[in-house]
Ligand binder design. Structure first.
Ligand code: TXA
Ligand code: MG
Length: 323
């Protein structure tokens, strides 16, 4: 998949203050040396992201935690034991000396030990923290393949490591673990129920505590084409009427039975929540590239298993209206 010399090269680029995109099990990350503020500023510029947003520091091993946080709380210890390496980010009080560029000026830092073998190989080789937001332009759909990353950034990234398609497909679950009461700041593959099972207490709901977390802004993870969620029968009705007006319509459907409507770009999404999430961003990118007036998304079930998918779709739809 990715050779040892490629990993060596990637680590050398990071040491020189360059940018390396790499696969994780959630989505691709755009990495920079987390101890190098100039490199992190370069990363923000590449993303077009405001400078006061904090960024997650990725680590190879739990033994590095003490370099980044001054307070490994019991909640953090339990969650780390259960879910690391894996798709979980913990917000903890930052250690002295952690760069402002990493924390966005806050007193906390986001930390994650990913499980993807390429990410782990890179982190081990580099031997220090790698700051990595999702490898997409600010506000846009995250990247789940190396090709997506290249489409987002062209030549502004020094190296893209190709580790195939990300397994999970949506960004990590984020838990504020600074206190005895954990807060769930971003939904993800690791659910509130999983966290409750690990801790014995439920995390508090997504909350106003993190106004600077871009993934928590209403309009985020969004394709460029307007995206509207609706019930199945309405999707068909609207697609047919827009087609009669000569408009191309994209549909992210729950049924494989594509109706015979001219100008329709139909993608049948998987039926099960994890598989739906795995394909979600790739599907949104395909529909975005199809030159449609609008993307209609057949509303997934409102069940708990779909909470993270519904969260991302809701944000992708925020601010969109039917043309
Ligand atoms: O799955 C993921 O988490 C991916 C992969 C690459 O690891 N990364 C990712 O990074 O999604 P990003 O920057 O796109 O989203 C990270 C979120 C942002 O909403 C950021 O504001 C929040 O984490 N965050 C980071 N540090 C934080 C902090 N100290 N306090 C509150 N939120 C924080
Ligand atoms: Mg992001």
């Amino acid at each position: 998949m990715v050779s040892d010399p490629e990993i060596d090269n990637a680590a050398a680029i990071l040491r020189d203050g360059g940018l390396v995109a790499f696969p994780t099990e959630t989505v691709y990350g755009l990495g920079a040396d987390a101890n190098n503020s100039a490199a992190i500023r370069k990363l923000y510029a590449a993303k077009g992201r405001p400078a006061d947003h904090p960024v997650i520091v990725h680590l190879a091993d739990i033994s590095q935690l003490g370099q980044w946080t001054r307070d490994i709380t019991p909640v953090a210890e339990t969650l780390a034991r259960h879910f690391w390496p894996g798709p979980l980010t913990l917000i903890l009080r930052r250690a002295p000396g952690v760069a402002e560029a990493v924390t966005g000026g806050q007193d906390t830092v986001g930390l994650r030990i990913p499980s993807h073998p390429v990410a782990r190989a890179l982190l081990r080789k580099f031997g220090a923290g790698i700051a990595a937001p999702s490898a997409n332009r600010f506000g846009h759909v995250s990247a789940t393949t190396a090709d997506h990353v290249r489409q987002e950034f062209g030549g502004t990234v020094d190296l893209v490591l190709d580790g195939g398609q990300s397994d999970v497909g949506i960004e990590s679950t984020i838990v504020d673990a600074t206190a005895d009461q954990p807060f769930l700041l971003r939904l993800g593959h690791i659910s509130a129920t999983d966290i409750e099972h690990a801790l014995g207490v439920p995390p508090a709901a997504p909350h106003e505590r993190s106004p600077r977390a871009p993934g928590t802004l209403a309009a985020h993870y969004a394709p460029r084409t307007p995206l509207v969620m609706m019930e199945s029968d309405l999707v068909l009705e609207l697609a047919a009427s827009m087609s009669r007006q000569g408009k191309n319509v994209g549909v992210l459907a729950r049924s494989a039975l594509q109706p015979l409507i001219p100008g329709l770009k139909w993608i049948a999404a998987p039926h099960e929540a994890a598989a739906y999430a795995h394909d979600l961003y790739a599907n949104l990118r395909l529909l975005d590239a199809a030159g449609c007036e609008v993307i209609l998304v057949e509303r997934p079930p409102q069940a708990l298993a779909w909470a993270a998918v519904n969260d991302r779709l809701g944000r992708a739809a925020a601010g969109s209206r039917l043309p």
